[in-house]
Write a protein that binds this ligand. Structure first.
Ligand code: PMP
Length: 440
């Protein structure tokens, strides 16, 4: 993956001695693969709702993290976690109500056909399991992904995560197709083009003797840069993979849990019922948990022939936490406020476009928004995107950047973000842009 907004040790000599020591200790103990955000990395010590606090007591508006979905340290989730952790934590080989209550509630949010769930600890594992099931059901091995996809870290899934870059080899039977286009002037073309790319990938697999197993896509195309419109544009592509004998796996790690504000699941935006759905990040509000949801007839042979056990997946405490997160979404009626806050972000930033021509193609769905940063020739401007991310940090606001050219602002706050926070973000962005333009 491109090292977007990553700390660069060669320019870290302006940092405090304490920070430099900590960075050196990380490098010594954790090795070279880990990255830190920001040129002046943040040392966070506390979180509350949509806020995080650093070791010096500075407060930051969290517009980046979707893992603390219902807000950092939500009391209802904490209570469920501590209560169950004080009583019993064990695995799914013993009878316990928690995993059943959680499974029932989770499945209750899905279309009826998706009625069985298997628990894992990470989104990577959930995708890995979905893939094993899809290969078993179809007898195929060919998987179609987008060309800046990210689906996780296991050996098989890293090989389907084209955004990992050329050092991580794409699976030989996989085909990476272009991400959808953003074309509000010609919405009908979006789905047609994407479906044509799926068909071309299937044809290429066939030419190489590869049987298609699945179309695996993040419903919001998060790492590709965020593509949401028009609703329904995925239908033709999904029909194409099914026609070819493959399954549709919806990776809902990013769009799931109500992020769009319209629906609980991203695939509902496209009026689709996937064959398998994978979940992760927001499920446990920071507690590591994930899942694969599946239509029973697809799981039938795999489930009977190969037993499944995941030591921590679906454990008693995780199940209590997962249930508590769903309860918060329901009790706090988050979907309408997600819509309101998301609309305020897109409208607020769109209103800045005429004055700040570096901003382009502002788009979003609920509390996920993308803003392309371009230069005077209309080309992707990664350096300016990075300057904006750092400028916002100086205003006490955390966001990210994404996409194959690292020039797309990634705006993806916790789901308890309110319209007042959206306005803070827009004001902060305006201040950061004004400062950047006066230095230009
Ligand atoms: N799928 C998507 C779309 C993701 O964004 C991620 C994590 N960024 C994953 C899968 C993998 O999840 P995890 O890090 O929990 O393995």
């Amino acid at each position: 993956m491109l090292k977007t907004n990553a700390f660069d040790a060669s320019t870290g000599d302006t940092l405090s001695a304490a920070k430099r020591d900590m960075i050196e200790r990380r490098r010594r103990l954790l090795g070279p693969a880990y990255q830190l955000f920001y040129q002046d990395p943040l040392h966070l010590v506390r979180g509350e709702g949509v806020w995080v606090f650093d070791a010096d007591g500075n407060r930051y508006l969290d517009v980046y993290n979707n893992v603390p979905s219902v807000g950092h340290c939500h009391p209802h989730v904490l209570e469920a976690l501590t209560r169950q952790a004080s009583e019993l934590n064990t695995h799914t080989r013993y009878l316990h109500d928690n995993v059943l209550d959680f499974a029932e509630k989770l499945i209750g949010t899905m279309p009826e056909a998706l009625s069985q769930v298997m628990f894992t600890c990470t989104g990577s594992e959930a995708n890995d399991l979905a893939l094993r099931i899809a290969e078993d059901y179809t007898g195929g091995t060919g998987v179609i992904v987008t060309d800046y996809s990210y689906h996780g870290m296991t050996k098989s899934i890293a090989a389907l995560s084209a955004s990992m870059g050329p050092y991580v080899k794409l699976d030989r039977d996989a085909r990476a197709i272009p991400a959808p286009i953003h074309d509000p002037a010609n919405p009908a073309a979006v789905g047609k083009r994407f479906a044509a790319d799926v068909r071309a990938a299937v044809a290429d697999m066939r030419r190489h003797g590869i049987r298609p197993a699945a179309l695996l896509i993040d419903t919001f195309f998060t790492s590709d840069g965020g593509f949401f419109d028009p609703p329904g544009f995925l239908q033709e592509a999904v029909a194409a993979i099914r026609e070819a004998g493959g399954l549709y796996i919806a990776d809902e790690v990013q769009p799931g849990y109500g992020r769009s504000g319209e629906h609980m699941w991203g695939f509902e935006r496209h009026a689709l019922v996937p064959d398998l759905v994978t979940l992760g990040k927001p499920m446990g509000n920071g507690h590591p948990m994930a899942a694969t949801v599946v239509k029973p007839h697809i799981l039938e042979r795999f489930g009977s022939e190969s037993s499944y056990f995941n030591t921590f997946g679906g454990n008693t405490v995780s199940a209590a936490v997962g249930l508590a997160v769903l309860e918060v979404i329901e009790q706090e009626n988050l979907l309408p406020s997600i819509q309101r806050a998301g609309k305020a972000i897109v409208e607020g930033i769109s209103a800045l476009v005429p004055r700040y021509p570096v901003l382009a193609n502002v788009r979003g769905a609920g509390l996920y928004a993308s803003v392309e940063i371009i230069d005077s020739k209309g080309k992707p401007d990664a350096a300016m995107a990075l300057a904006i991310v750092n400028g916002l940090r100086d205003e006490g606001i955390l966001i990210g950047a994404i996409g194959p050219h690292a020039n797309i602002l990634k705006i993806r706050p916790p789901l308890v973000f309110q319209a007042t926070h959206s306005r803070m973000l827009v004001e902060g962005l305006e201040k950061a842009l004004t400062k950047l333009m006066s230095h230009a």
